[in-house]
Ligand binder design. Structure first.
Ligand code: GLY
Length: 580
């Protein structure tokens, strides 16, 4: 019950579903040369502007990310972090940059444990708002790494920053999401100098369609244009971050910021349904969960049941998530600090064993899919070591593809700013205590307790799917624990049913995360599907909130050239793609 409540609250805030829009607007636009699909039209345009100037998908991803931080500060920005998955067409190589936030050096496993006199909410809030909630931001280093390691070299950093800086100076109009968030967070936002100036005089909230700007962020972006990430880790911005975090009760130091580095990791790769899936490794749970689920689905869906949406298909989907979400809290954490048994979790024999639990007509309790590993992972730190979210895809004319998910965690992060930046509350993605849920209802496990320089587990799942050696799909999502199931469904709808980007986004989704034992489904889902699942014993709960997925689908002609780039921005948030 406890986790169900926190999940409901988090999702209600994170991902408003504008269901009414779905009928009229698929969120899809089709391009021939290049495309950016983000959850805000102005951010998509920022990326497209850099592509038009000769930049590649990495340059455009950097520009899109910076612009998202300006126009969608409830979801992401330079005070947060994320993951970037990149396909470089020139040598068919895959790249993965982990710019996830890190816990400060003074973090301890007990820092969010309930204290004497705490009620449940006070304890939970410590990792969700205020200074202790803030992880060392990774996004400045992530944007810089994208430009330096994967950028074309044909556009300057100033050109990449320009659309975001212009927008921060000249302003933009707020969306309905702002009104919803600010009505809820009202007073706690108003005290901050940046958020405070966005409230019209006498108003308790920021209305939709209100023109706002952020000159403090424009100045900070100017420093990024001139000096890259350096000022954020050692200069004026770093000093301002430390000052504000400590003024709000946090423990971050100048040394924590100076020590931050992006982690370059190997993405996870597996063949399923005749395609190659490349996706996020730990500290995201996204890729492990996605691939484990696909492995089960392949066993449960004979070819004759793969071609269309059906009760059986949705039943198999829901059943496929129960075990992997349980693995998450038992075995997953930051691979630089705990042993994460990724290979053991994805072994074929393990999938065979779990697959035998499945009943085609009957929902099984999550516990039946629990499959302890033969050799429990070592949980201790190695010696010497220690929806506010946004996803977008970029495809450029050279064949490069970028899938980037970026986040400040909950809306407006820790609810205060430094140097114009919204500071994240990513510390809530750690386990507060073993067995306690985070804001998304995800149960905390020992491998994910906070500790010095650790990165919290994530659900972010930037994924690129290949057919042969050609990328055919790029997707990812915002929406906490639902990121993984939403990303997987949109990709499967396209791979199995042949959906266009817009059709895949329009289809209603289901979700199950092991605990609570409910299957949630989106309003507007075919009643026959809902009834069929209920008859199989699923505890069906209707939701009017869901994850927000951005997707790009690449269509090839017989000569092997791309003939269509279908770019889809989820109508659930009202973004728009841009391109040429
Ligand atoms: N903060 C959302 C996630 O990383 O899963």
């Amino acid at each position: 019950m406890r986790s169900r409540l926190s999940l409901t609250v988090a999702l209600a805030l994170l991902v408003p579903v504008l269901v009414a829009q779905q009928a009229e607007d698929t969120g899809e636009a089709v391009f021939a040369q290049y495309a950016v699909a983000s959850d805000h039209e102005l951010a998509s345009q920022a990326g497209a502007e850099v592509l038009a100037a000769g930049g590649n998908a990495a340059d455009a991803a950097a520009a899109t990310m910076l612009a998202l931080g300006v126009v969608g500060p409830a979801s992401s920005g330079l005070g947060g972090g994320g993951f970037a998955l990149y396909y470089r067409a020139s040598d068919h190589s895959m790249h993965y940059i982990d710019f996830r936030e890190e816990a400060p050096g003074a973090a301890t496993a007990e820092m969010f444990a309930r204290r004497e006199g705490d009620d449940e909410q006070t304890a939970a809030n410590r990792s969700r708002a205020g200074g202790l909630a803030v992880g060392v931001p990774g996004e400045p280093a992530g944007v810089e790494a994208l430009i330096e390691q994967l950028g074309s070299g044909r556009v300057t950093r100033s050109q990449i920053v320009a659309p975001a800086m212009r927008r921060a100076r000249e302003g933009w109009d707020t969306t309905p999401l702002w009104e919803r968030f600010s009505r809820w967070l009202g007073e706690s936002l108003r005290a901050d100098p940046v958020f405070g100036r966005w409230f019209p005089r006498g108003s308790a909230f920021i209305p939709s369609g209100h023109h706002v700007d952020n000159p403090a962020l424009a100045r900070t972006l100017g420093e990024f244009a001139a000096h890259g990430a350096e000022p954020f880790y050692r200069g004026r911005v770093a000093r301002e971050i430390v000052r504000q975090v400590r003024a709000h009760g946090g423990v971050m130091t100048a040394e924590d910021l100076a020590a931050y580095r992006v982690a370059v990791r190997e993405p996870l790769v597996a063949e399923h349904f005749g395609r190659r899936w490349v996706t996020a490794p730990p500290p995201s749970a996204g890729g492990v969960t996605l691939l484990a689920s696909l492995g089960l689905l392949e066993r449960w869906l004979p070819p004759s049941l793969r071609a269309e949406d059906s009760v059986y298909f949705r039943h198999a989907l829901v059943e496929s998530w129960k075990g992997p979400y349980t693995d998450r809290h038992l075995y997953l954490g930051d691979p630089d600090h705990v042993d994460v048994p990724t290979a053991a979790l994805l072994r074929g024999e393990r999938a065979d064993q779990r697959a035998r639990v499945f009943h085609p007509m009957l929902a099984q309790p999550t516990s039946r899919y629990d499959l302890p590993l033969d050799t429990p992972p070592r949980r201790a730190a190695r010696p010497g070591g220690d929806a506010g979210t946004s996803h977008f895809c970029v495809a450029d004319a050279e064949g490069n593809v970028a899938a980037v998910t970026t986040t400040v965690n909950l809306p407006f992060g820790a609810r205060f700013t430094a140097a114009g930046l919204v500071l994240n509350d990513q510390m809530d993605d750690f386990a507060r205590e073993v067995g306690q849920p985070n804001a998304f209802g995800l149960v905390g496990g020992a491998p994910n307790l906070p500790g010095p320089s650790r990165r919290p587990l994530s659900s972010m799942s930037p994924t690129i799917v290949f057919e042969g050696d050609r990328p055919i799909l790029c997707a990812g999502a915002a929406g906490g624990s639902r990121i993984i199931t939403a990303t997987e469904q949109v990709l499967l709808f396209s791979v199995l049913f042949g959906d266009t980007a817009g059709e895949a986004l329009a289809r209603r989704r289901v979700h199950h995360q092991g605990d609570p034992a409910t299957t949630s489904y989106e309003e507007g889902m075919d009643e026959a599907l809902v009834d069929g699942l209920r008859r199989r014993g699923h505890d069906m709960q209707s939701l009017d909130h869901s994850a927000v997925v951005q997707v790009i689908r690449l269509v090839y002609g017989e000569d092997g050239a791309v003939t269509q780039i279908q770019a889809g921005s989820d109508p659930r948030k009202g973004g728009r793609p841009a391109g040429h």
